[in-house]
Design a protein around this ligand. Structure first.
Ligand code: SF4
Length: 440
């Protein structure tokens, strides 16, 4: 049984899945009697939840952990969670000898016991390593301790079976498994009862969701039926598994937000083949056309990698042309980095670094121009904005989002977080809109 005074501080890096996992860890620890601290100063235990998807993310996490090592001399326990422990396991002991706990994403239930045991040990004992990968762990009965967040993450699948050749996720998060639909709706109901108005359904590939005879479209419909819930979003979709029934459900249900994040990764069929993405450029364009035809006003975002092994200038131009043709509302763009143990790591990383940077800068410049044009076209439009909280840049203003995920700031007129109000989008500041109340 843990010491009731033991406090834990959790820092999170990486994607929304990691943020959702940190909530799960927080709940597991609270249920075991630990306290959760907002700051490091008050914490007995510091946990860093890490991301291994890109080399840059991994380096950032290592930098953070190294800077935390000074707390060790003050008697703190320091642990690393998430994808990096799963990737490097025992190797982390020699690489970061100050670590006390090395715990992968499927072993979080062990954390209360491991922390308790560690509290009784000398600080120079080697770190505990818990990196078992599970085919069944879903943490599905662990309802995250969320108090009144307007928007909350709900994990519906864990792991991935796609094995894209550049990606470590199948190795560090294990095989794909779906959560029972009843446990998803129970979590959403619990969140709504505590004040949540919007949920984001999360999975590495939500379109692969299968529970008994239920598909992802069925899951979305069921969640949208939860009383008191205002909006449903989802992340991430995969072009190989996406089905037209998803767009039909989106079109039929106003609670499901008209926003789709569909990673394309490359505009070249040869590179898509080398990436093992399982679709062609032509199929991707067909899906986008289907989405735009069925879901009125749908906003589209994507992920793109440039400089994949052997990518030629012409193949890079095919990516530019695809992005120009589709005109995404936004995009997350990266240069390829080698991830250990992946199939692509065995391919020669032969696009020189300065060339990768040049291609990335060219793509970003093009996409930013397109995003600005698409945003400008929205000026004057009146839309419903779900207020999430105060603007991070000006705490006299509120911040919210339109159904198609456009950020809006505005001067309040008595409203507060959790409300949905109609605003006119009047101007753009960078990629954020300024909204104005409608005078009747
Ligand atoms: S779909 Fe591909 S890129 Fe996405 S998590 Fe799975 S293996 Fe990685």
């Amino acid at each position: 049984m843990s010491d009731k005074a033991t406090t834990v501080h959790i820092q999170t890096y990486g994607c929304q899945m990691n943020l959702a996992d940190s909530r799960t860890v927080e709940t597991l620890l609270r249920n075991a009697g630990f306290h959760i601290a907002d700051g490091i100063e008050k914490a007995d235990v510091i946990l860093v939840n890490t991301c291994a998807v890109r080399d840059s993310a991994e380096q950032r996490a290592f930098g953070k952990l190294n800077s935390l090592s000074r707390w060790k001399s003050e008697g703190r326990i320091i642990g690393i969670l998430g994808c990096i422990p799963q990737e490097l396991k025992e190797d982390l002991r020699s690489r970061m000898p100050f670590l006390d706990l090395i715990v992968g994403p499927d072993d979080y239930r062990e954390l209360p016991r491991l922390i308790d045991e560690r509290l009784g040990l000398a600080s120079d004992e080697p770190a505990y390593v818990a990196t078992r990968l599970s085919r069944s762990e879903l943490y599905d009965e662990i309802l995250p301790h969320v108090t009144g967040d307007v928007s909350a993450f709900v994990t519906i699948t864990r792991g991935c079976d796609k094995f894209c050749t550049y990606c470590v996720v199948p190795f560090v998060r294990g095989r794909e498994r779906s959560r029972p639909l009843s446990s998803i709706t129970a979590e959403v109901e619990a969140l709504v009862a505590r004040g949540t108005r919007e949920v984001m359904l999360l999975g590495q590939n939500v379109d692969a969701y299968r529970w008994e005879s239920k598909s992802f479209a069925d899951c979305l419909s069921a969640v949208a039926e939860v009383k008191g819930l205002e909006r449903v979003r989802f992340l991430t979709s995969h072009p190989q598994d996406i089905h037209v029934s998803l767009f039909e459900v989106m079109a039929a249900n106003p609670k499901i937000c008209p926003y789709l994040h569909l990673p394309v990764q490359s505009g070249s069929n040869r590179i898509l083949g080398l990436m093992n993405r399982g679709y062609t450029r032509e199929r991707y364009i067909d899906i986008i056309e289907e989405a735009r035809a069925l879901v009125s006003g749908i906003a589209l975002s994507t992920d793109i990698i440039v400089g994949f092994p052997s990518e030629t200038e012409r193949e890079f131009e095919e990516t530019l042309e695809l992005a120009e043709q589709i005109r995404f509302d936004s995009a997350f763009m990266f240069k390829y980095s080698v991830r250990p143990n992946t199939k692509a790591a065995k391919m020669p990383d032969d696009v020189p670094e300065p060339e990768k940077i040049r291609r990335l800068e060219k793509l970003i410049a093009q996409q930013n121009g397109i995003s600005r044009q698409r945003n400008k076209a929205q000026i004057g439009r009146v839309d419903e904005v779900l207020i999430e909280g105060f603007s991070p840049k000006n705490n006299k203003w509120l911040f919210g989002r339109t159904p198609d995920f456009r950020p809006v700031v505005f001067s309040p007129n008595g409203e507060g977080p959790g409300q949905v109000i109609k605003l006119r989008l009047t101007e753009l500041r960078g990629f954020t809109f300024v909204g104005e109340h409608i005078i009747k």
